[in-house]
Structure formats: structure tokens, C-alpha cells
Design a protein around this ligand. Structure first.
Ligand code: CAA
Length: 258
């Protein structure tokens, strides 16, 4: 894997780790961070040896938002013609499950990056928010759309309209954080969760993520139809035969990803 300017990338077992690394700017997401994260995530996604991806930041900040200093002087036309946040769509589209391990600030684009992931593990120090309204703008990387789906209209509206931050306990209560853990355990818990996913059959993991995504994007009837087709398709994998035989034979399954 190549060297990156703004992130650290490593593989631990079958898990790909992406660590945001702009401490001087609390991991603010400038264009270079976007290129680097998207490139690393899509490379992990193309590697069948990787069964889960973790994205994390520092103790102080997961990411304090899009880079305000980079955006400040831009015009509307610059933002549209440059498709300023467009590349993030490729991150949201990876088939491999992604865990956001969030410590400290996850604000604006940082909260939105976490919401592009499938699981949000929060340290008890995490703080989530969409403070763009304080800058005279609104969320631009999906916050107004994904936050509603995560926490419901009224909670999302309060956060987006006031810009206030919420702590990890509130984020868990309202369904944004999958789980809260002590800050000192965050990275171990992320690795354990990722290891658990990476030990499953990869085709079924891809299928599960695709079905979960469909629920966010389609009607119930369409989603149910999609789920049934994908469920049926998995019966052509060797791993389905192995998984069910292992259950019958009371032994752990040996999945091959086929
Ligand atoms: N963009 C650029 N630089 C940022 C940044 C951001 N989003 N957030 C923090 N920084 C920089 C600060 O400018 C500062 O740099 P200097 O030392 O060079 O001045 C450094 O990071 C440390 O930050 P602070 O000194 O402000 O640290 P603090 O502990 O006093 O405050 C904070 C922490 C509350 C997170 C505060 O930094 C803050 O409010 N940051 C901005 C949060 C924000 O508004 N995010 C939304 C951005 S817009 C967006 O994300 C649009 C979208 O939807 C995609």
C-alpha cells in the first residue's frame, strides 16, 4: 500500500485500518484527506483478504469537520464545478463493512464521515454535532439526510438548526452511536468488532451490507424484494453449505469466501 500524506494505513489481520492524521487541524477533512481516505478504502475494498475496515482519528478528534480554511474563499460555482464533496460517495459505496471508531470531536463533516460508516463505536469522550449553521451554511456531506435516518426528524432538526454538540451517552440513546466504550478501550473494541465481522463469509457480509443499505434508500416493499433475492443467491455459495453443515455437526464453520 502506498504512503499517504494525511492518513496512516495499516492491516491488522483481516482488518484494514485508516487513521486520520492532521493533528494540527483536528483532522479537518480537506480535499487531500478525502482523496487519501477514498483511495485507501477502495484499495481495501478491492482486497478479498480484508473483511472489515476501521476508520479512526486521534484521542482529541475523530474529525472536526470539513476544512473551513480551505472552503472559506470559494464561490458557489467553485463548489459545484469542483464537486467539492462528491468523491465521498465512493467511500460510502464500499462493499466492505466500515467501523468508525470515534474519540473526541466528530463535528460537521466528521459526524457525516462517521455516518457513512456501518457501525459507530464511540469513546465515552466522543462529541457529535452538525455545527455548520454557526458558519452560515448547512451540512454538505450528508448530515441533513443521514442524521434524520439515524435519529429521527426531531432530534436531527434540533442538532442541525442549533449546531449544538451531543455527548457519547446521548448519541447512544438516540441511536447514532452503535455502542459507547471507555476511551482507553476504543481501538481494541474496534479491532474485536472488525475481527468478528472479518471472520464471517465475505459474500454474506457483502450481502448483509447491501441489504442494510437498501433499507436506508428504498421503500419497504422494494427492500423486502431485494432482501429475498440476495438471501436466495447466497444458497449458491459454498460458505452457506459449510455454515449450515457446521451448525448441524456442532462445530465452528470454516468459511472460504466462496
Ligand atoms: N477546519 C479547519 N481547521 C480547523 C477545523 C476545521 N473544521 N477545526 C479545527 N481546526 C483547527 C483550528 O483552526 C486550530 O488551528 P490553529 O491552531 O491553526 O488556529 C486547530 O484546528 C485547533 O482547533 P481549536 O484551537 O479551535 O481547538 P479548540 O479545542 O479550542 O476547539 C473545536 C475545538 C470546538 C472542535 C473547534 O476547533 C471548532 O469549533 N472547529 C470547527 C467545527 C466546525 O464548525 N465544523 C464544521 C465544519 S463545516 C463542515 O463540516 C461542512 C460539511 O458539512 C461537510
Amino acid at each position: 500500500m502506498s504512503e499517504y500524506e494525511t492518513i496512516l494505513v495499516e492491516t491488522r489481520g483481516r482488518v484494514g485500518w485508516i487513521t486520520l492524521n492532521r493533528p494540527e487541524a483536528l483532522n479537518a477533512l480537506n480535499s487531500q484527506v478525502m482523496h487519501d481516505v477514498v483511495d485507501a478504502a477502495t484499495a481495501f475494498d478491492a482486497d478479498e483478504g480484508i473483511g472489515a475496515i476501521v476508520v479512526t482519528g486521534s484521542e482529541r478528534a475523530f474529525a472536526a469537520g470539513a476544512d473551513i480554511k480551505e472552503m472559506e474563499a470559494k464561490s458557489g460555482l467553485d463548489m459545484i464545478m469542483g464537486d467539492h464533496f462528491g468523491e465521498w460517495g465512493r467511500f460510502a459505496a464500499v462493499r466492505t463493512p466500515v467501523i468508525a471508531a470515534v474519540s473526541g470531536y466528530a463535528l460537521g463533516g466528521g459526524c457525516e464521515l462517521a455516518m457513512m460508516c456501518d457501525i459507530i463505536l464511540a469513546a465515552d469522550t466522543a462529541k457529535f454535532g452538525q455545527p455548520e449553521i454557526n458558519l452560515g451554511v448547512i451540512p454538505g456531506m450528508g448530515g441533513s439526510q443521514r442524521l434524520i435516518r439515524a435519529v429521527g426528524y426531531y432530534k436531527a432538526a434540533e442538532l442541525v438548526l442549533t449546531g449544538r454538540m451531543m455527548d457519547a451517552a446521548e448519541a447512544e440513546r438516540c441511536g447514532l452511536a452503535s455502542r459507547v466504550v471507555p476511551a482507553s478501550d476504543l481501538l481494541d473494541e474496534a479491532q474485536k468488532t472488525a475481527d468478528a465481522i472479518a471472520a464471517k463469509s465475505l459474500p454474506s457480509v457483502y450481502a448483509a451490507k447491501a441489504a442494510l443499505d437498501a433499507a436506508m434508500e428504498t421503500s419497504l416493499a422494494e427492500g423486502l424484494r431485494f432482501e429475498r433475492h440476495v438471501f436466495a443467491a447466497l444458497f449458491d455459495t459454498a460458505d452457506q453449505k459449510e455454515g449450515m453443515a457446521a451448525f448441524r455437526e456442532k462445530r465452528p464453520p470454516q468459511f472460504t469466501g466462496r
